[in-house]
Design a protein around this ligand. Sequence first.
Ligand code: LLP
Length: 429
Amino acid sequence: RPHLSMHALDGLTLEDVPLNAIADAVGTPTWVMGAGTLRARYRLLDGAMRGAGLAPSIHFAVKANDHLAVLRILAAEGAGADVVSGGELRRARAAGVPAGRIVFSGVGKTREEMALALAEGIGHIAVESAEELDILSDVAASSGWVAPITLRVNPDVDAGTHEKITTGLSTNKFGIAYARAAALYERSASLPGLKPLGFSVHIGSQIVAMAPYRAAFARVADLVRAVRARGLPVSLVDCGGGLGITYRDEVEGAPEALAGAIRAELGDLDVRLAIEPGRWLAGSAGLLLSRVILRKAGEDGLPSFLILDAAMNDLMRPSLYEAWHGILPVSARDATRPVEAVNVVGPVCESADSFADGRFLPRLDEGARVALLDTGAYGAVMSSTYNGRPLAAQVLVDGGRWSVIRERQPVESLWAADRIPDWVMPAPA
Ligand code: LLP
């Protein structure tokens, strides 16, 4: 992790900014995002595509990290956005992403969201069912708009990833069954208010092997040839996201390998290409800074509990997917203490509120700071305020400087929208 280093005096730094300085000023838990790392990742991905003779439009998956500054940094590099709700669409626009560079997917878009997307001038909408096709046609035609669309195909390919983040199997709710896609594409060309451009495919997330990608792209290529043989134009294939990163010892999905897979299967189709990466761009650029509240001794022979001030409401991935995140001490002195196996947990009242079981870490006591690594994607965005815990602060570091990019949520705002009806009893005296 080239953006992280340990210094004798300053302790752990992200892009040369000492994490201790951030924690001293802003407290913990705090998300820290590295702008330089984010840009470097974008350039690596873009460069790999260009190196393979491809120039896909790159739409950052806003669901991975929706912070305006993150979207702005990527937009300045040339990225568009992949959104899955009217809220994400408006966020991307607020960050300055041009509407034409935004694509909209999702199995349940409301009529209002469709109308918003069309009024903004969206790049394309990925339609995920026959039913949605009819509704979109109705929404577009009734306002005199023409909706640029792709059909999202479910290729029935196993991405070989965690079951909760696989999307390309026919048992998943996503996309149009492969066998029905050609006929539906033909139908979409005859419906008012629709301009079918091509197909989208997204088989899942945290994919590190190329075989599932190759299989999915090959099926899409067959589909393109089949509908062209029926005389229908196809000008766009959106290859989705899903490229995985190294959390523990997985070999990161290489952008060159993804580019190779796209080129091999789709390279000779003469279509415009798009991709929708989220995790690969943002994941390793962020970390979650936290503090040990206390170290609770384990029962005889059992590991102690290291209870952090961050919890499952902040970083949900370990609880939800048994995800593994690296944990590093922030102070150089802590890093040299004898190693022990500990259960790293949060203070939330759920047994699932656990970051790591039996993790080997140097002995850490009350007040020690730690960094939970690779939380730049699907970290802060998935937070809740469960157990009365305000959303954590967010900080951006860049070229040695840093700024708070989201204030820690004031605790009063947790109930600011609550209303007590008149007919509820007055507060006890
Ligand atoms: N495009 C579509 C249509 C998607 O559904 C997704 C992610 C992406 C692109 C971006 O995928 P990525 O490149 O980030 O893998 N919360 C889970 C991940 C859920 C991914 C959902 N869809 C996690 O923390 O692992």
